[in-house]
Design a protein. Structure first.
Length: 226
């Protein structure tokens, strides 16, 4: 059986401070994300026909997962995919990457939101208003001329399940921010921007322009992550 693996962080647990404190990042990655990986592997033990599939493919093809295993696969595969994307969308301040989008991504943000401040405000508002646990996304639609939009998903659902390609995301489950911000989710969302890796967001935006089934249907899950 091919095992799904917990990806290593590319930075130290304290590297995203003050945006995300070291204790939160350690628990979030080492405990919560690991639980999703372990849960997915356990759910697939008796499903040999699905053991070679990527987690993203499983998430996008839940109708091919036996009904009795579907809920666990949806939760665990989604948690694994979304967190893997999340770690890659951030970088330490000392990494020296761009502190704002540029190129084609910036052009698209200007076109679809009127500017970066407007996009950030929309992103923060959507994340703050989401009821319960979930994620807030900047995503590119497969239709509608590939326009960008801000959207939210509940639980560990992913925009790829509904025809949109993730460009940027933030976790608004309480475990992502409660130790540092308690119940002040809006404060966390506003404080998070300095940690964003805009170069990575630009790369994902570029990949999303490839109208290929392996990009949009989940077979090429690593295109989102690697």
């Amino acid at each position: 059986m091919k095992k799904h693996l917990l990806p290593s962080l590319e930075y130290a647990h304290d590297a995203l401070e003050p945006c995300i404190d070291a204790r939160t990042l350690r628990l979030h990655h080492d405990v919560h994300h690991r639980a999703y990986v372990d849960g997915l592997n356990a759910a697939l033990e008796n499903l040999p026909g699905l053991q070679e599939r990527t987690a993203l493919w499983l998430l996008c093809h839940l109708d091919e997962v036996p009904e009795e295993s579907r809920l666990e696969v949806r939760h665990s595969a989604g948690g694994h995919v979304n967190h893997s994307l999340f770690w890659r969308c951030m970088q330490p301040a000392q990494a020296g990457g761009p502190r704002a989008p540029s190129g084609a991504l910036l052009d698209a943000i200007d076109r679809d939101f009127g500017g970066l401040p407007e996009m950030k405000a929309c992103f923060e508002e959507a994340g703050t208003k989401l009821f319960g646990s979930g994620w807030v996304w900047l995503a590119r639609d497969r239709q509608d001329a590939g326009r960008l939009s801000v959207l939210t998903t509940s639980g560990h659902d992913n925009p790829a399940m509904h025809g949109s390609f993730p460009v940027l995301l933030n976790d608004v489950w309480e475990h992502a921010y409660y130790l540092g911000h308690e119940n002040r989710r809006s404060e966390y969302l506003k404080a998070w921007w300095p940690a964003v890796d805009w170069e990575e967001a630009g790369r994902r935006f570029g990949v999303s322009g490839h109208d290929q089934e392996e990009v949009w249907e989940g077979e090429g899950g690593q295109l989102l992550v690697s």
